[in-house]
Ligand binder design. Structure first.
Ligand SMILES: Nc1ncnc2c1ncn2[C@@H]1O[C@H](COP(=O)(O)OP(=O)(O)O)[C@@H](O)[C@H]1O
Ligand SMILES: [Mg+2]
Length: 313
């Protein structure tokens, strides 16, 4: 549905986007991740035809942004960074205005807006001036605008930025409800957000792609992938450490003594991240260790994110 090809954007001598290529299939929710200044917004502005690339191009639903920008824009709903709108209009006035801009036939505008107000939960504030809305409602108003023409593709630039946890949750639920019908690219630097809603993530740093995979594939690059953590109140816990090290396949054991009456904890890392939970469980049973909690990790995306986005010192 979206093909980004060798995309480059320079501002003077700053290269904001440095040869990015990736595809997004229909029905995918692609998380576009990266630290501040990585080039996420600039890439999104090029996909939505708000900024011309220095070189490279993007094909959206078979249309090239350079050859047919109008056809591209028709297919896309765009929520820009910091959700700008017209603060002095009411929600309804703004959506009517945007519907007219989108050339939605007059006879359809009313019905369409009612649908969108319901989808985005804006019915009760429809007559309120946008400026007087809370940040969450302003964000949703801008989101509503992006949905007016029922686009196939949604480009959402940090859609939950600045929202409180409840509002973040609502916006994520909204995205989840739409993910089966639309192709979505959403930028974020919130890793739980990516894990909660995205089917795939592309991580960029300094304008270049540094990782691309499903949330599980990214987590598997972590040193914690398949690591086993054991919590125990065994008074001899500290003495267990060397024994745990002897379990086949375990190559490192970290020990954290219990604090404030809490349990002590061990984290066992395995060779090549192979699964060791059954071996560890068996060992603990054999040695009669009273275990309070034991679990294997999928991996920590935050660690992977730091590893791939931080320039090596
Ligand atoms: N209009 C512009 N003029 C000059 N530099 C810009 C402009 N827009 C973005 N940049 C620079 O390009 C880089 C990428 O910015 P941006 O795409 O906004 O990053 P992100 O959205 O990932 O935080 C940054 O270094 C930013 O300062
Ligand atoms: Mg940005």
């Amino acid at each position: 549905m979206i093909e980004v090809k060798e995309l480059v954007k320079r501002f003077g001598n700053i290269t904001a986007v440095d040869g990015i290529s990736f595809d997004v299939d229909k029905g995918e929710v692609l998380g576009f991740l990266g630290p501040n200044g990585a080039g996420k917004s600039t890439t999104m502005k090029m996909i939505t035809c708000f900024l011309a690339p220095t070189s490279g191009t993007v094909i959206v639903g078979g249309k090239d942004i350079l050859e047919d920008p109008l056809a591209v824009r028709r297919q896309i709903g765009y929520l820009p960074e910091s959700a700008p709108s017209y603060p002095e209009m009411t929600v309804l006035e703004f959506l009517r205005f945007m519907a007219e801009m989108r050339s939605i036939p007059r006879g359809e505008i009313g019905g369409r807006i009612e649908e969108i107000l319901a989808t985005t939960g804006l019915e009760e504030v429809r007559h309120q001036i946008i400026e007087t809305l809370s940040k969450g409602y302003r964000q949703r108003t801008c989101f509503a605008q992006a949905l007016l023409h029922d686009p196939e593709v949604l480009i959402l630039d940090e859609p939950t930025d600045g929202l409180d946890p409840n509002q973040k949750h609502e916006v994520r639920e909204l995205i989840k409800r739409m993910r089966h019908e639309k192709t979505i690219i959403l930028s974020t630097h919130i890793l739980e957000e990516m894990e909660a809603v995205c089917s795939r993530a592309v991580i960029i740093a300094q304008g270049k792609i540094v990782a691309d995979g499903t949330p599980a594939e990214l987590a598997a690059k972590s040193r914690y992938h398949n690591a086993v953590t054991v919590r125990t109140r065994d008074p001899q816990a500290a003495a267990l450490r060397e024994k745990l090290q002897l379990i086949g396949g375990v190559n490192e054991v970290e020990f954290t003594p219990g604090q404030d009456g809490g349990p002590a904890s061990f984290t066992l890392f395995s060779e090549n991240n192979r699964p060791i939970l059954p071996d560890v469980t068996k060992f603990l049973e054999t040695h009669d260790v009273a275990v309070e909690e034991i679990f294997a990790e999928r991996g920590r995306v935050d660690e992977v994110f730091r590893n791939v986005t931080q320039p090596v010192a």
